[in-house]
Design a protein around this ligand. Sequence first.
Ligand code: ADP
Length: 343
Amino acid sequence: MNLSKPINLVLVGSIFITLITFITLLFVGDVDTLTYIWLPLLIGGLTFGTFTFIIERFLNKKIQLIHRIISNKKLDKESSHANLSQDALGNLQRDAVMWVRTQQEQIKELESKAAFRREFLGNLAHELKTPVFSIQGYILTLLEGGLEDEKVNRDFLERALNGVERISHILTDLDEISRYEFDRYNLKNKKFDIVSLAKTLFKELENKGSERNIKFVFDKSYEPIQVMADEGKISQVLTNLINNSIAYGTDNGTTTIRFHNLDKNKVLVEVADDGSGIDEAHLPRLFERFYRVDKSRARNIGGSGLGLAIVKHIMEAHGQSINVRSTVGVGSTFSFTLDKAKS
Ligand code: ADP
């Protein structure tokens, strides 16, 4: 007999009381034979009925109260009613454990969101502080007499303008990220040749690469590969990855682009450099907003720390994935997938 069901407990109790009544009658002895049967059965039956009624009412009150606390659904009479023939307390315990688990998960999620917000605000303040303070310094110097000094006035205004441009760059990047985060992007997918786009970008960025004597190459010669995507956005992704390969590359190094056919529907595009590389510990956070491996160096190079976050959003908006492999001292390879265009 399953004693976790209240009805079975009441039944055992009632049988016990029936037996006690019977034994008591045996001791009293002065009753007719039928009384030995009907009196214990009557008392047992009454005990069973009374206890079923009292316990059911008691449990119902408690269970409904607990359900009201742990459930945000309005329960109908049936589901919040403790039927004594069921393991009502066991069911309640299961519901409560589930409720505690859900609460713990929600708390964890809220905590991580709060930490993320704190970190984001801290980073944003830090990024804006440097250019704002430098603009303030130049303007003050100009107001305190620099304006009349032909030797510095133009130079200081240009420096202040650089600061404004940096802030404007950060705000434009943030605005772009928030558009992706609120799903307010408008992809203009069309068929284009990714090999030819990569060649065009190599040409456009040639001067920048030559400042560090970095060569741009394909690992082999490629036939055109037609893909279906927003060409402007993919151009932005490739530009960012090539720019990073220059910024974090090595003097006299090489940036290589490779294409792999994953299957008949997808192509993998890789941008590889032989630069500083990234320690494995940083890789999982690399695509986060403002995340930088070497904070002071990256800021000097001039990036907003938002480039890879935007790149990831663009690829996710395309329903594609982006990845990074890297070894310190050897270099980094960023790769992303694209859908091939149906011919
Ligand atoms: P940033 O504006 O700082 O370049 P990104 O989002 O483009 O911002 O990159 C984030 C960080 O990732 C960089 O600060 C740098 O530390 C690291 N990183 C990006 N690309 C490379 C690369 N090719 N080699 C080494 N480190 C890289």
